[in-house]
Ligand binder design. Structure first.
Ligand code: SAM
Length: 190
């Protein structure tokens, strides 16, 4: 990942400074998500999901490549009266922060090798929540482009060590065709 890519994301975040709502998918899982312990938001952008999780009681770490997104997340957290650990990392080349986490969230970011690291970041019984558009999304939207899209049926094959609790691929209310997964790391054998 180049400095150019960081700049590209910084510009993008700079241009969309309006606060975003927490993910509808994440909110739909409210009853199933832990309210205490540690959470990690991978490529968490301006922090709307991380702040929502922190407001619910989790100790949240947000990772993103963009300084602008991290600054936006800091402001959002301050306004919400919560604190976040914010780390500027390039998830294509830097290791994610050490776990274990009770919850790992990755929404709208796809770097396939990162998924292989997720089981190692979770506590036994910890949850992973992931959503990303599939190729079918191109039928209605030119972006994200094909290299950022999942093949249909691909997602569970990228996480063979986790137990899938729910997996859907469908058009969402927001009009995107998304793969959505909630998966759990199995408890260690006694
Ligand atoms: C489409 S946005 C999604 C942000 C947030 N998860 C959400 O759902 O609103 C993708 C995010 O990935 C971040 N990103 C892109 N490449 C990255 C990389 N190599 N390492 C870490 N973050 C990256 C961007 O800065 C951006 O915040």
């Amino acid at each position: 990942m180049s400095q150019e890519e960081r700049q590209r994301w910084n510009d993008k975040h700079q241009q969309s400074s309006a606060p975003r709502e927490p993910s509808a998918f994440l909110r739909s899982l409210a009853d199933r998500l832990p309210r205490k312990g540690r959470a990690l938001d991978l490529a968490g952008g301006p922090g709307q999901d991380a702040c929502w999780l922190a407001q619910r009681g989790l100790d949240v770490t947000l990772v993103d490549i963009s300084d602008v997104a991290l600054a936006q997340a800091e402001t959002l957290a301050r306004d919400a009266g919560v604190s976040l650990t914010r780390l500027r990392l390039d998830l294509e080349s830097d290791a994610p922060p050490p776990g274990p986490f009770d919850l790992v969230v990755c929404l709208n970011y796809l770097w396939r090798p990162l998924l292989a690291a997720v089981p190692g970041l979770l506590t036994p019984g910890g949850l992973f929540v992931f959503a990303q558009p599939t190729r079918r999304n191109l039928q209605r939207h030119p972006h994200p482009s094909a290299r950022f899209l999942l093949e249909e049926g691909e997602l569970p094959t990228l996480l063979p060590e986790l137990q899938s609790l729910s997996f859907t691929e469908d058009w969402t209310d927001a009009g995107r065709h998304e793969a959505r997964l909630v998966a759990r790391k199995l408890q260690q054998a006694p």
